[in-house]
Design a protein around this ligand. Structure first.
Ligand code: SME
Length: 159
């Protein structure tokens, strides 16, 4: 991982380590990512509520408020519990075009109680979009996975 991304992780840690509230931490992380990673048009969170994903704190244009589990990049990453790195969102079947400028995307699922017992309000996804095709590689996947992990580690309880 490059020095810039390592510094970003340290900045994230400093920003959220003394704050246990998951909404406050999600809001600050969305802003930190959006303003410090180049070529992004959207960065934010969706949280699991009553069998769907509901929009949380973000930076960028207004977005879809509800995403069914298994739909779009977010719903698929959440259902499969795997990070998805999509080089060209137009090639992803079922992609939900909230912001028409999005060309590539990374979605990292997370859970506050481990990956096996998903309940309302204890899980969600970190979603990062770029207006540039193929913007995200292994370094970005590692960066966003580490940030999502840090988020869960530093924030207490449900969202
Ligand atoms: N593109 C996403 C929807 C969320 S917005 O990009 C913010 C998807 O297909 O899951």
């Amino acid at each position: 991982m490059n020095a810039e991304y390592k510094l970003l992780i340290e900045q994230a840690r400093a920003l959220i380590e003394s704050e246990p509230d998951p909404i406050a931490n999600a809001a600050n992380l969305a802003s930190l990512i959006y303003h410090n990673v180049s070529d992004l048009n959207w960065a934010g969170f969706y949280f699991y509520r009553k069998d769907e994903l509901v929009l949380g704190p973000f930076m960028g244009q207004v977005a879809c408020t509800r995403i069914p589990i298994g739909k779009g990049v977010c719903g698929t990453a959440f259902e499969t519990k795997q990070t998805l790195v999509v080089a060209d969102v137009h090639e992803f079947e079922g992609h939900i075009a909230c912001d028409s400028t999005s060309e590539s995307e990374v979605v990292v699922p997370f859970s506050f109680n481990g990956q096996t017992n998903i309940q309302d309000g204890v899980a969600g996804v970190l979603d990062i979009d770029s207006p540039v095709k193929n913007r995200f590689g292994a370094a970005e996947q590692e960066l966003f996975e580490l940030l999502a992990h840090l988020y869960v580690q530093e924030s207490e309880g449900s969202v």
